[in-house]
Design a protein. Structure first.
Length: 218
């Protein structure tokens, strides 16, 4: 297996939004490789978060790549606004209502790459790894949810690890995990083949952002 660089992507969903620019600068100074931004529409998941204007504001305050995760029913209608806002990585869900046909999903992934960004594809805990197989040639990033998406602070689901292993066998790009990631669960994910660790609560609730990020690298 090819060794992949371990990337830590703090999830801004867990930060203090009243101090957003300051939080961005502090977590970058602490060693963040990327910043993970969750976009939720209240339909695909039962929560609402932010839109392109906030992503653009984060981009102005940040120096590292923005990893934008679209948890939307119809993400294909919002690709351009988030790309224009500064997303470096833009991830959609294989289960999204608007992407249920293979041709539409492939077109969305091609549009992301065509705009000069990296295309990502995510799957929920109940979705099998096989659902992503037809699209692995069209993505740069695969994101395995290790909690049911929608809210931060949930408990890690270890039953996702066989899925991570299976995807790593088939996919040579960046393989991310998101949900309940801390020093302990992060090690299990790394051992399964994940190289991008998205962590919110374990970083932003830690006394030291730097120590929390370092602990995720192993």
């Amino acid at each position: 297996m090819t060794a992949h660089r371990i990337i830590v992507a703090p999830s801004l969903l867990a930060c203090d939004f009243g101090r957003l620019a300051e939080e961005v600068r502090q977590v970058e100074a602490a060693g963040a490789d990327w910043l993970h931004v969750d976009v939720m529409d209240g339909h695909f998941v039962p929560n609402l978060t932010i839109g392109p204007a906030v992503v653009e504001a984060i981009r102005r305050s940040s120096r590292v790549p923005l990893d934008v995760h679209l948890m939307l029913d119809r993400p294909q209608e919002f690709l351009t606004p988030f790309l224009d806002a500064g997303a470096h990585y833009l991830t959609v869900h294989v289960e999204a209502e608007g992407l249920r046909t293979e041709s539409v999903l492939r077109k969305a992934l091609e549009a992301i790459r065509g705009a000069g960004a990296k295309a990502g594809l995510s799957l929920r805990p109940r979705t099998s790894a096989e659902a992503l197989q037809p699209f692995l040639d069209a993505v740069d990033l695969v994101l395995v949810m290790t909690v049911e998406p929608g809210f931060g602070g949930q408990a890690f689901m270890p039953e996702a690890m066989p899925k991570v292993r299976k995807l790593r066998e088939a996919f040579a790009g960046d393989l991310a995990v998101d949900g309940g990631i801390n020093a302990l669960t992060g090690r299990a994910c790394r051992e399964a083949g994940a190289n991008v660790l998205v962590a919110g609560t374990s970083i932003f609730r830690a006394p030291s952002y730097q120590d929390a990020i370092r602990s995720l690298r192993g």
